[in-house]
Write a protein that binds this ligand. Structure first.
Ligand code: SAM
Length: 216
């Protein structure tokens, strides 16, 4: 594994549905990627590049769109799971709305940021390290969530099937999934992979960000 990256950080303020969130984020994504590439160039295995790419540390526009959508849902007491959460703005909104939230991601640095941001915003949720291709995390029930959500998680050819499988795995029988995406080429593949599993996929909203609704 390459030496740990000391990210340059910035405090970002996001306002969603009238709620303010102050979040520690990576200041400059491109600079963090260059630093990782340099660390790998110093001898670490190149496969770490994909695994440790610091995409988790930035709030992507799809996260804002999903978080806004989450403010329109009745979430108090509902069970909510976020996949590939990164800085987890949609999960923070759900937690503030009174949902029981489990945020998940595979990147090893996600929790450090999320823990700090939860404290800063006086919120609480559960976090589990979870790779879509991996085993079920402790305390997380299959088909156990009223809302399963993910934003900007379709940027490699393997992802549509893995993300569709995760929606299928965690959605409760009468649950709803929401997937936000900036319109990447793999969005259609995701819809097809989900439909192939018997899930219903519908366009929930379209603009700069695409929002798909996924149900059984
Ligand atoms: C572009 S970022 C989006 C982060 C956040 N959802 C947002 O929209 O701001 C993609 C996220 O997916 C996570 N990810 C990528 N591959 C994954 C996998 N196989 N299992 C779980 N998370 C994964 C990354 O670690 C990263 O946090």
């Amino acid at each position: 594994m390459p030496e740990p990256i000391r990210y340059r950080l910035a405090l970002r303020t996001e306002v969603v549905g009238g709620w303010r969130f102050d979040l520690t984020a990576i200041e400059d994504f491109e600079a963090a990627v260059s630093e990782l590439a340099e660390a790998i160039g110093r001898g670490a295995d190149a496969r770490w590049f994909e695994e440790l790419c610091p995409m988790f540390g930035v709030i992507w526009p799809s996260a804002r769109a999903l978080a806004e959508r989450a403010t329109t849902l009745p979430l108090r007491g509902r069970r909510v799971l976020e996949l590939g959460c990164g800085l987890a703005l949609p999960s923070l909104v759900a937690a503030r709305a009174g949902a029981r939230v489990v945020a998940t991601d595979q990147h090893p640095d996600t929790w450090t940021f999320l823990e700090q941001n939860l404290q800063r915003n006086r919120l609480s949720l559960d976090y589990r390290s979870f790779d879509w291709a991996g085993p079920l995390p402790d305390g997380v029930d299959e088909r156990g969530f009223d809302l399963v959500m993910a934003s900007d998680v379709l940027y490699a050819a393997t992802m549509p099937e893995l993300v569709a499988a995760s929606f299928d795995r965690f959605l409760a029988p009468d649950g709803e999934g929401l997937l936000a995406d900036p319109g990447r080429p793999w969005l259609q593949d995701f819809a097809e992979a989900a439909r192939a599993r018997g899930l219903r996929v519908e366009l929930d909203a379209e603009g700069e960000t695409w929002l798909l609704s996924v149900r059984r």
